[in-house]
Design a protein around this ligand. Structure first.
Ligand code: MOS
Length: 730
């Protein structure tokens, strides 16, 4: 699933040709490229939209999971007897067996279903579990000590691949200056607004599951595997879901538990994680540590890069990330280690690895630029790679700098009087965003109605809207005329919505299938007009001869000629309508109060491409969302584990800090349309470069570089105090 996803290193070449049969209308489009509001917006804002959390079934029971309170322990006994007899309880099961180790606080131990949520919570307290508490490791530093307790039998470290190219010694010999620093980023949890979970209902041997998932088909497969039932017996429905960001690709443990409880109880069960469980076990972005030594020649060319990196993805998951990120270092070496800790395992998280690699590299770029007293933007332009054919960073940096007013950036260290210091920073991003392998089914009904079915899902990005838009464009109808049905595994196959692949996988399938559906309609209508079917087109609510809209009939009349037999066709993704490879840049402006340490991001500007823009409104919205998430990671979010207990001290939304509306900057988005490239996804790249740009802006403001996230008031004040103690700022 997410982990096997491919992220191309370099943008794919420009496609020389478009699709031979159903090319995108690069000129004269009536719907594509228009700012269309989400077709399901009214459902969502009115509360009519039903999320998994909202699903109610007759006789619905409520499931809860008992989780280990210990960071590391061995279960010696589980006694379910008292819980079984508790009021309202209909099913109880042990998830772990005596003898098994629990690897982190929140690891699943037992579960039950009861008539009400309160009864389920009460009964959970009656499950008696005996633990032998084992030594744990809560932090990367503790895990790396020679005397550290072992998270796994073979140790706490897995050596990653060593990468090396060029001649490192020659690179450093050519350097006029070197920088040697360590950059670190914290663990961030996904904090999906809708937590993980589902409602499961059996009818005999057939399971229907309403799941908050990014992959209805993948989750069907996961249920079948986890429960040992045929895939044909499982149906997964995700009509609406409240965020996944990479953490929701399958049923997960809680989904399998929910299905088993429902089977045991003979009644439907709802099992949604609460906020604490979500923080502990719902996934996270791994930490990163990048100890880098790098050299720059007197003319501003980067010459050498040597890095040791590590990070933790918790108990058993890696913490890799790309480094150096984007910029050209002709001579380079990098060694990476995954460090295991007794903490909830990482999962794919919006542009996995990229924000970490971007942060370390972009901080370093500013430091190298400072050493040779070059403007950091000019320095970047000098060291960007040349050979990526669609990598437009040079252009975007130039466009963005002009719009943002980069020429007003002062040298590092704002000398303005008073406690408020202002600064600017910038950073670049890249991503793949290609996708393939989606099927669709389209019906044109005798009353003029159009139904499009596709087993993709809308994870909040606007997929339902772009499906309707592409069908509307192809059939010459308004968006409201299309019924887009998605989010159900009974619909034709589409892959998981991860890796920003959805738009590029789905829209070609919709274009091809609605194109075929129109061809079928045209064949039925052409005789009445006395023309060949191929002469007909659909536009402006009419079916008519190409170039002569008077020679034709209304859409309604055309469909009436279908009699009682609708057009119903299947189609699939074909090459020639989508591509891979995005690039973008971001600029940040901040104000730091050096007395309180409070940082405000006042402005962000992003310049971003994603090939052909289907809906500039939803594309823009991805940029807003990515930047908001990036500002949160830069300033606020951090999973904090108590090193003595290994327990998370902030598993809520009070002490796990998240921005409010008033903490958000003014965000300006410049979308670069590249229609000739076809459709490319955009969910991930806009979140990659935000924190790096913000951190560079903070350094520019206060004149001291803070190399670890989050940039909390505490960290800023203590760094400034330390600096003052050492003899003032430079
Ligand atoms: Mo994404 S991290 O592939 O949802």
């Amino acid at each position: 699933m997410a982990s096997s996803r491919q992220v191309p290193e370099v943008a794919a070449p420009v496609r020389p040709d478009a699709h031979p049969t159903y090319p995108w209308p690069l000129t004269g489009a009536s719907v594509l490229g228009q700012p269309v509001k989400r077709v399901d917006g009214p459902e969502k804002v009115s509360g009519r939209a039903k999320y998994s959390y909202d699903i109610a079934r007759p006789g619905l029971l409520h499931g809860r999971i008992l989780r280990s309170p210990h960071a590391h322990a061995r279960i010696t006994a589980i006694d379910l007897a008292a819980a079984e007899k508790a009021p309202g309880v209909k099913a109880v099961l042990a998830v772990a067996e005596p003898g098994k180790r629990t690897m982190y606080q929140g690891d699943e131990v037992a579960a039950l279903a009861a008539a009400t949520e309160e009864q389920a919570r009460d009964a959970l307290r009656l499950v008696k579990v005996e633990y032998e508490v084992l030594p744990h490791v809560a932090t990367e530093a503790l895990a790396l000590r020679p005397d550290a307790p072992a998270v796994f039998e073979d140790g706490n470290v897995r050596e990653g691949p060593a990468e090396e190219s060029g001649d490192l010694a020659a690179g450093f010999a050519a350097a006029a200056h070197t920088v040697e620093e360590t950059y670190t980023t914290q663990v961030q949890t996904h904090v999906c607004l809708e937590t993980h979970g589902c409602v499961c209902e059996w009818e005999g041997e057939r399971l229907t599951a309403w799941v908050s998932t990014q992959a209805v088909h993948g989750t069907r497969e996961g249920f079948a595997e986890g429960l040992g039932v045929p895939q044909a017996n499982v149906r997964v429905i995700t009509e609406y879901m409240g965020g996944g960001f990479g953490s929701k690709f399958g049923p997960d443990v809680q989904g399998i538990i929910c299905a088993r409880l429902a089977k045991l109880a003979g009644a439907p069960v709802k099992l949604m994680l609460d906020r604490k469980e979500e923080h502990l076990a719902g996934g996270n972005r791994p930490s990163s540590f990048s100890k880098i030594r790098a050299g720059v020649a007197a003319d501003g060319t980067c010459t050498a890069f040597d890095a040791e990196t590590w990070g933790t993805g918790g108990a058993g998951v890696g913490a890799g990330f790309p480094l150096p990120y984007i910029y050209n270092f002709p001579n380079r070496r990098r060694r990476h280690r995954d460090v295991y800790t007794n903490a909830g395992p990482a999962r794919a998280f919006r542009a996995p690895g990229h924000p970490q690699g971007c942060f370390a590299t972009e901080m370093l770029m500013d430091e190298l630029a400072d050493r040779i007293r070059m403007d950091p933007l000019q320095f970047r332009l000098r060291n960007l790679p040349e050979e990526a054919p669609n990598a437009m960073w040079q252009r975007y940096f130039t466009i963005g700098a002009e719009k943002f007013g980069w020429d007003k950036r002062h040298p590092t260290g704002d000398t303005a009087p008073g406690p408020i210091r202002r600064g600017m920073g910038c950073a670049a991003n890249r991503w793949g965003g290609g996708g393939r392998g989606t099927r669709a089914h389209v019906e044109i009904l005798p009353d003029g109605g159009v139904v499009v079915r596709c087993g993709t899902q809308d994870i909040g990005t606007g997929t339902r809207t772009i499906v309707a838009m592409v069908a509307a464009e192809t059939l010459g109808l308004p968006v409201e005329a299309i019924r887009a049905e998605i989010g159900d595994s009974v619909y034709p196959f589409s892959g998981g919505s991860g890796g920003s692949t959805t738009a590029a996988a789905v829209t070609p399938a919709i274009r091809v299938t609605t194109g075929k559906a129109f061809d079928a309609l045209a064949a039925r209508v052409a005789p009445a007009l006395g023309v060949e079917p191929a002469a007909l087109v659909a536009s402006g609510g009419r079916v008519h001869v190409k170039g002569d809209s008077s020679k034709g009939m209304s859409w309604r009349d055309a469909c009436r000629r279908l009699g009682t037999e609708p057009v119903a066709v299947d189609g699939e993704w074909e090459a020639g309508l989508s591509a891979s490879g995005t690039s973008g840049v971001q600029f940040a402006e901040v104000e730091v109060d050096i007395e309180t340490g409070v940082t405000r991001v006042t402005r962000m500007l992003c310049v971003q491409d994603c090939g052909l823009l289907i809906d500039p409104l939803t594309a823009r919205s991805q940029c807003y969302g990515g930047i908001i998430m990036g500002v949160n990671w830069a300033l606020y979010e951090e999973r904090i584990l108590d090193r003595n207990t290994g327990q998370m001290v902030n598993p809520n939304m009070e002490w796990y800090l998240l921005a409010g509306m008033s903490d958000m900057p003014r965000i300006e988005v410049i979308l670069m349309n590249q229609p000739e490239r076809g459709v490319i996804g955009l969910g991930e790249p806009p979140t990659v470069s935000t924190a790096a740009a913000v951190a560079n802006a903070v350094a520019n403001a206060i004149g001291i570089r803070i190399r670890s996230l989050p940039l909390s008031p505490h960290q800023i004040v203590s760094t400034l105090m330390e600096q003052a103690r050492l003899g003032g700022t430079r």
